[in-house]
Design a protein around this ligand. Sequence first.
Ligand SMILES: [Zn+2]
Ligand SMILES: [Zn+2]
Length: 418
Amino acid sequence: MEPIGIGSTGAESLSSYISRLADAHCITVGDIMTHLIAPKLDKKYINNMVFNGGNGFYKSTSAINGHGNIAEDFIDVIAFLTMRKDIGETTLVNCRGLVPFRGLLKSRRHWCPSCFQADVESKQIVYERLSWTLQPYLKCFIHDRTLESVCPFCKSCMYTLERKSVPGYCTKCFYWLGNFKESQNTTIYSGETNESMRTFFSEFINLSFESGCVSRSISFYLEKNFEGSLTKAAEFFGYSKSTLWGWKAGANLVPLKALIDITSRLQLSLTGFINMEKSKITLKGHCSDRVVPLGRVKKDHKKIQEFLGLIIAEKKSYSLSEIANLMDCDRKLLTQTYPNECQQIKTNYLSSLEAKKQSKNKIMKKSIDKAVYTLMKRGTYPSSGKVEEIVGKGKLHERKYQDYWNAKKSSMAIKKSI
Ligand SMILES: [Zn+2]
Ligand SMILES: [Zn+2]
């Protein structure tokens, strides 16, 4: 089975490929993990998951698509199992040494409903794109719509890969996640055009980079365009002097979002930046040196405010830390500058968490109903063990579900005796 669109802007992610492998063999991702991947990897992190159950490992499955050890482990084992040499290209391993892990990947599963729908309607294979996993990529650069992370039916969020992942479907309620319904005016914050984000992505996954190339380029532009002045460059790019110094000295890698910002501010492609091509930007005179950064700060604040307004208007369930992350600013800055908005966002977030909890409760209670009923019909006593075989191991440990199960049993028994 071939990974889809390798090397293209529509490249498939490794997590997507694993869930398609499972689907094609009529087994679950959980089965693949437990019986095929775990024994081969024999790593502590994955054995814990297999032996203890729970979602421990699945919480960090975003890393499978990244450039760290987990990605490398998974590439090795999937390459071994499928005898393919191109598995690495469904991840970001080539970008190790270019950008740090921090700020690279979203921790939750994101998708473009239009891409899913287009896959189905054009009778293509439904799969998940590597570009959706990148933290700064908030929109689908094909359909210009905000990437979704909440199931429209059961309101669940999902990890990148879960035991029952199937591309295009919610892992909790199996609702189809594709559609062409554009949600109204979701102009989410983004300083870049779709075209530039697409180009950047394509370069990002295809180029091979020498380590230290970014710090060399930063030193180069600092000399060339800012007369070697960290102060001027810091004002122009909108990062602190010490941050910039750390990048220039190679003490820290430039996070992906900042790399996109910097190349875009220099009006260069990523390749152009790495190859130290001449930037068209000019800093004219002493006055405009100051005009540029001030203008930028103001503009950014306008954008921050617009973004916060949008999140409130659409009741998006984002936490303040997530927003700070998305906007690449400090959480403290948000709460201090926009106390009212932040309060509102916090309230919305908490109530959405509560709503999610409620709907999870409802679904679990329904599953218990069904399990008890099915067992009774089969003439089997609906013991906790039998019910848990259906609804999931350990589920009845939770007091509220245990009570519900007890109540259900007695109500069924009464009905039976009548
Ligand atoms: Zn799309
Ligand atoms: Zn769902």
